[in-house]
Design a binder for this molecule. Structure first.
Ligand SMILES: [Zn+2]
Length: 247
């Protein structure tokens, strides 16, 4: 990882600072960008971490991993501008080879201790597959591993000063994240009204041009999902999470 820049801590104690952490460019835009954009509109600061380089995500026979890495980072930066992100940290681990190891956890802990988020959003490490529909769904190995690494980094690693004590010498102090949100595409739990930010979510996703042969199909899918989640609460569009409030 490139050196983590030293950024100011939370800008206000009563405002959210959000850190959304995905395995690939586009993961958080699918799962959480409506929520992120809405909270930024309300005054929050928001950051992304993208753990892998996205170098496997193309079936184009002319594409190389080197070109794809650059293209996908640019796409994610463009999406980040649409959402109003303050910064994006690219960790550049090889796509599809992510492991929830100490190296990855330390990288995440260091960023948590640097930007001091109140809210961390990531993927659900317990979601392995779905056989409920045909075709079914195997959750990508990187999605499971980023969820696990983030969960461990948030609790207890970032909290404990004797975990990665070398951070102290760099001026970083332990940090307690207040809430952890796991993207949940299945069972309605913690629904966030994204009616006001749904268009930003669509435009952020549209920025990932290399990933879609048919964006209209993607648009139909995300619209149907956000409308279905919204219905139970009377929202036009909603994103859904499993929410863990930490001690
Ligand atoms: Zn992904």
């Amino acid at each position: 990882m490139s050196k983590v820049r030293v950024l100011p801590g939370p800008h206000s104690m009563d405002k959210k600072t959000i850190l959304a952490i995905g395995a690939h460019p586009d993961d958080m835009d699918f799962g959480a960008s409506g929520t992120v954009a809405k909270w930024v509109e309300e005054g929050a600061k928001a950051y992304y971490i993208i753990a892998t380089d996205g170098s496997k995500g193309s079936s184009d026979p002319q594409m190389t991993s080197e070109r794809l890495i650059k293209i996908r980072q640019e796409e994610q930066k463009k999406a980040g501008q649409i959402l109003g992100l303050s910064d994006i940290f690219f960790l550049n681990h090889p796509d599809t080879e992510l492991t929830a190891d100490k190296i990855l956890k330390e990288e995440i802990v260091k960023i948590i201790r640097t930007i001091k988020p109140t809210t961390v959003i990531t993927m659900n490490p317990t979601f392995y597959y779905s056989a409920a529909t045909e075709p079914g769904f195997v959750n990508h190995t990187d999605h499971r591993n980023i969820g696990l690494a983030v969960m461990d980094a948030v609790f207890p690693m970032a909290r404990d000063r004797l975990t990665f004590p070398q951070h102290e010498a760099e001026g970083l102090t332990p940090w307690k994240v207040k809430e952890l949100l796991l993207v949940n595409f299945t069972t309605p739990e913690y629904l966030v009204d994204i009616s006001s930010s749904f268009n930003k979510k669509v435009e952020a996703l549209r920025a990932h041009t290399s990933q879609f042969d048919d964006f209209d199909e993607v648009l139909q899918r995300i619209t149907a999902r956000s409308e279905t989640f919204g219905k139970s609460k009377g929202y036009k569009h909603a994103e859904n999470f499993t929410r863990i409030v930490l001690p």
